[in-house]
Ligand binder design. Structure first.
Ligand code: SF4
Length: 341
């Protein structure tokens, strides 16, 4: 559905979208880099308000959030579009769309699910939270905001899974309605970010600092893209999390599998995953997780003080949770996160 966008300015015969750092300057009829915001007669519209193309009930571990009410069910939604263009996107069929697709494609054009209905579905599914994910929720900002606002009125928690490539003002407003963030920190080098994803590093670091500083729960994920993410960058990411945020911020290191325009790249070698894990340890990070690999070791939460296994997981499923009152039952070390019981 077409709805006037919240963030834009008018300049002579153009409008400038101020939602994300790309700041598209659009003539009448033109669409932005994300494909879903279009200038019509001097008004910027979002074309994906209500265009619900994907929804599912997932364990929160799939987001991934490992320290945020472990094992609860989260109702997850997406609309088409993305402001990034990652070469190895796993959801490219719904993320890499053009405005023309959204307006004309049978899969999208007649879809209109109001936020109230999404929240009803979430409540009926028995979920404790609602997540905005699969594509990039920044580009369905207005739909996410309203859905999150109503969700909170209904007692649901709200989660955003995002690359956080957004301008400061919209992010500030979003902090009123989003409780937890799962954030991709893909690279630590502007050139690589630009070449692989079409984004810049600095706004992303600024935004992560802001969300963390606002006291929101955050967990970071780095996809180990071979031939793009260098060892230097891995080391820098680990140090940055530990020194600029805190050693207790969970870091998910995810194995890459070739998709979309990156089919020529190999699967991340296991030794590279272990290298990143060791660099995280050296940087003092307390909670490091390896994702997309099947092991009986790197998905668990360990007590940083005594080494006890506190939460045992296997492929995003919690097998056992021994945390009591937010503490290790053996040495009483405080485990950061949101835990029940
Ligand atoms: S949200 Fe879309 S239209 Fe707006 S600046 Fe970013 S890419 Fe351009």
């Amino acid at each position: 559905m077409k709805k006037e966008a919240l963030f834009y300015t008018k300049e002579k015969d153009k409008v400038v979208c101020t939602l994300c750092p790309i700041r598209c300057s659009l003539k009448d009829g033109q669409g932005g880099v994300c494909g879903v915001r279009i200038n019509h007669d001097g008004i910027l519209y979002t074309y994906t308000y209500g265009t619900l193309v994907s929804y599912a009930v997932d364990p929160v571990e799939k987001k991934p959030l490992f320290h945020y009410l472990p094992s609860h069910k989260t109702f997850t939604i997406a609309t088409p579009g993305c402001n990034l263009h990652c070469k190895g996107c796993q959801n490219w069929e719904i993320s890499q769309v053009k405005a023309k697709d959204v307006i004309e494609n049978e899969l999208f054009k007649d879809v209109n699910v109001p936020p109230e209905y999404v929240v009803e579905m979430a409540v009926a599914s028995g979920s404790k939270s609602i997540s905005f994910s699969y594509t990039e929720p920044v580009i369905f900002y207005e739909y996410m905001y309203e859905t999150a606002r109503i969700s909170k009125e209904r007692g649901l928690y709200t989660i955003m899974v995002t690359a956080l490539y957004i301008e400061e003002e919209p992010l500030t407003r979003l902090l009123d309605v989003i409780d937890a963030f799962s954030i991709d920190l893909k690279f630590f080098n502007d050139e690589t970010y630009r070449r692989y994803s079409g984004a810049k590093l600095d706004p992303i670091l600024r935004n992560i600092r802001k969300v963390f500083g606002a006291g929101k729960w955050i967990e970071l994920t780095t996809l180990m893209v071979p031939e793009h993410l260098s060892k230097d960058q891995i080391e820098s990411i680990a140090k940055w999390i530990s020194e600029e945020l805190a050693p207790w911020v969970p870091w998910h290191i995810s194995r890459f599998f070739p998709y979309y325009k990156a089919k020529d790249l190999p699967v991340t070698p296991l030794e590279d995953m272990l290298y990143a894990y060791e660099k995280g340890k050296e940087a003092g990070l307390e909670y490091i997780y390896l994702g997309n690999i099947d092991t009986d070791r790197y998905e668990h939460t360990y007590c940083p003080s005594c080494g006890e296994i506190l939460i045992r997981r296997r492929i995003f499923t919690v097998i056992e949770n021994r945390i009591k009152g937010g503490k290790c039952p053996r040495c009483l070390y405080e485990i950061k996160g949101f835990f029940e019981g």
